[in-house]
Design a protein. Structure first.
Length: 342
């Protein structure tokens, strides 16, 4: 079998790789509406691949298994959205009140420092501004204009997830044969299987940890009398999948709602409770459970998170860690014993 000659000059080889990488990134950025949901579908397929293998061993055809997993995923998301909808609606309705309370707090502190005599007039202006802002919320027409893009991305995600689950073994074999020579094919296939197992194991561990964090945060906030404590627990679990920025957003949200719901020192208690729970999770629980299997440089995680957030926004932030783990496994940077799918 005749193989394409390799470039002997290392400078030329590095240049070709750099140009190819830039070209791929430019293409991914220009076609974000297609490739972002497609890559999310692949990552989701990798995460649920071990479960798909177990269901398939029960005797179900691969196509039925893929369809069943997609239905379960979407019903789970729909159920979560249905349960959270009343709390989300209430939170949106309280946006003007939150803005007013923040303005009021700022003017109170400014009054203490500078001795402002017309605080009440400024507060009244702030309330009018908040009301005007609430009227500028997106209309139903704006939502309808944006709906086709969302529907198209959902279809890309569903189709990509279905066909990846259906043909992922063939995809791995095809890539293994095309990337390396005959002696390297088995090793490359092992790396694909190893990467798949590592990502699935990582996601399973993180999901259990985040679920526990959400339960603890929700229960603790409910004990303080925080309105909507269950949805805050769910938000704590979901936002913890986005490292650094997710907890930061959660802390800010709890601070703002604490200012609205409580007075004085109690305004800071919800945020303090969450930060304490998050610190215990990040410093003790996650290193003990996840660090035994996967150790990644925190700086590398931070850089990957910032890059994918800049590249694809919040969706990129969700995919940053799985993409990093997959690439590190493929390049055998965090090595483990190869794991083959049965």
């Amino acid at each position: 079998m005749t193989r394409t000659p390799q470039f002997a000059d290392p400078v030329l080889r590095v240049s070709m790789v750099a140009l190819a990488t830039v070209a791929v990134l430019v293409g991914l950025k220009l076609a974000e509406n297609i490739f972002a949901p497609l890559l999310l579908a692949i990552i989701t397929g990798v995460i649920f691949a071990p479960l798909a293998d177990r269901v398939e061993r029960l005797g179900l055809p691969r196509g039925v298994t893929a369809t069943l997993l997609i239905v379960v995923i979407f019903f789970s998301v729909a159920a979560l959205g249905f349960l959270a909808e009343p709390y989300i609606t209430a939170a949106i309705d309280r946006i003007p009140t939150v803005k007013f309370e923040i303005q009021k707090l700022m003017f109170e502190y400014r009054d203490l420092i500078r001795g402002i005599d017309e605080v009440e007039e400024a507060i009244g202006a702030a309330r009018e501004e908040a009301d005007a802002t609430s009227e500028a919320m997106p209309t139903m027409t704006d939502a309808l204009m944006f709906a086709p893009v969302v529907v198209a991305q959902i279809l890309v995600f569903v189709g990509g997830l279905f066909f990846f689950l259906l043909t992922r073994a063939s995809i791995y074999n095809w890539l293994a044969h095309r990337i390396g020579n005959n002696t390297e094919t088995a090793m490359i296939l092992d790396r694909f299987c190893n990467a798949e197992a590592a990502v699935a194991r990582y996601f399973a561990m993180i999901s259990m940890i985040n679920a526990g964090l959400g339960l603890v945060v929700g229960a603790a906030l409910a004990a303080t009398g925080m309105p909507g404590a269950p949805i805050w627990g769910i938000a704590a679990a979901l936002l913890n999948f986005v490292l650094y920025l997710g907890p930061a957003a959660m802390a800010v949200g709890l601070l703002l709602n604490g200012i609205v719901a409580f007075d004085g020192f109690m305004s800071f208690v919800p945020m303090a409770i969450y930060l304490g729970c998050n610190m215990v999770e990040a410093q003790f629980v996650t290193p003990q459970l996840v660090g035994k299997h996967i150790r990644i440089n925190p700086f590398l995680i931070f850089v990957a998170l910032i890059f994918w957030l800049w590249f694809w926004g919040p969706l990129g932030g969700i995919m940053a860690i799985p993409i990093t783990v997959i690439l590190l496994k493929l390049f055998d940077i965090i090595g483990e014993a190869p794991i083959r799918n049965g």
